[in-house]
Ligand binder design. Sequence first.
Ligand code: DLL
Length: 433
Amino acid sequence: MERYYQPEIECASPEQIRAWQDERLVATVKRVYENVAYYRKKMDEKGVTPEDIRSVDDLHKLPFLTKDDLRDAYPYGLVAAPLKDCVRIQSTSGTTGRRVVAFYTQHDIDLWDDCCARAIVAAGGTNEDVVHVCYGYGLFTGGPGLNGGSHKVGSLTLPMSSGNTERQIQFMCDLGSTILCCTPSYAAYLAESIHERGLRDKIKLKAGIFGAEAWTQEMRRDIEEKLGIKAYDIYGLTEISGPGVSFECNEQTGMHINEDHFIAEVINPVTGEVLPDGEKGELVFTSITKEAFPLTRYRTRDICILSHKKCSCGRTHVKMTKPMGRSDDMLIVKGVNVFPAQIESVLLNKGYAANYQIYVDRINNSDVIEVRVEMTPEMFSDTVSIIATQEKELVEALKSMLGIYVKVKLVAPKSITRSEGKAVRVIDNRKLY
Ligand code: DLL
């Protein structure tokens, strides 16, 4: 039973991690300054030279990068290696404007595969496992990332990609998949479909590696119970390589960031000030081992908290909480901050599944928010008075969580379109940005 575990790195002493980071940061900054005009200009504008960056302590001197920089420099403006050495691109699902395109050399792909292999091993994966990957393949990083990680672990890899639920379940039963990798919303849908077909006894899953979108503890418990597995969170973003920037261990109390490859900071999203451990703010990454697309101080917009507390799993790498929202997807409704995750947690606590959509409109200059929630088959009723009572109960629970009136509309089971990738939760018709 081989694990492809890298304890000498994942359990290295804080001093060793710091030494790697110091050395790799200095080399990265020098390289991007010398090779990439876009970086040179940004650093010159801030009056910073590569010589000013002598260790991680100097990181704060560097300018931030944002998605706007990536769009401005699209497509090749931030590539730091000769194109002849680049072997792959991946891209975000990008809704508006220019897409974000990330570049990889073969060395970058190897390191990315390592990061995903660590996540699979942390979820109990070995070369005896059958890893069922139904994240999308293609431009999205989910499929290729977990696929590469699974190969490194030596597991039998099923490159299912997303969609075709019938086939997913058939392969899962026939080939005995043991580790499922997909978005949590698709995992919940698969769990529902397996349950409906009475196939729970035919599946051999023991763990799931779910990420790419926000999901609550309640949703985790729901999936774990329905599939009889342990569900692990995995985090990442295309700009910083893809999945595997951080991942959960058995303790399930935050995700270990692969600190030998990425330096994490948490900042105040308004002032840019660096915040200490334990304080909530925007996550910023500097990639220190990438050849083709090394980003320095990249603002993720994900809100979270870092912790260096000792972890019982033995890994020493810093842990981040699950993203608690985004500094840019937070809804402000009637002046109140609303995170979709808060709404989801109320729904799941009340026994609903995570099949819902949030509609925000502005009528007569006033914000109106409505949540459409699917009834579970057990709750389903077409008696108007019963539905009205259930809706009222949810309105009250949401009011006490959010402090504002949220209209609730219960809809029939299966009437909200299921997502094979990231679920579309928020439809903000106000178009404020
Ligand atoms: O979603 C990479 C990925 C693939 C991660 C598969 C995990 C599993 P992007 O499409 O570039 O990359 O989206 C990145 O998704 O900034 C977060 O806002 C969100 N996100 C990713 N993982 C999680 C997670 C991939 N575990 C953006 N929990 C990030 C909450 C997540 N949000």
